[in-house]
Design a binder for this molecule. Sequence first.
Ligand code: DQA
Length: 148
Amino acid sequence: MLNIYVIHGPNLNMLGVRETEIYGRLSLQEINKKITTLANELKLEVAFFQSNHEGEIVEYIQQAHYENVDGVIINPAAYTHTSVAIRDSISSVKLPVVEVHLSNTHSRESFRHLSHLAAVCLGRIEGFGAHSYLLALYALHNYLHAKK
Ligand code: DQA
């Protein structure tokens, strides 16, 4: 079975409470449940990780390489716009990584328009709320099966 890591960055543990007009009312647990349901349908195995710490996210991406994970979905949250370290970890592991955002970052403040990660990711899905994660899972599933 193909194995996917789903990584949630800083403050996403507060979904459902945090700026609900932007990020919606679902909690992170509820979003993870939706991802798990779709993963079961697509016969993918998913593992979830959330951290508010940049270095922990870097280490988890490295772990994806050492554990021979097939692909990664990441919402790097605010680290999207600041983290060269997370970008370098993605280039180091050479895994298909899909960048996800709940909101359309390009319709928001200009500091959110830059993603340090986009260029080293397979693709990027944003603006569809929790559904962005499901679209990313479909995309990764399709990519991995086409590659086989
Ligand atoms: C976000 C967008 C980021 O700009 C922001 O810092 C987040 C969430 C999103 O999912 O829309 O924390 O990644």
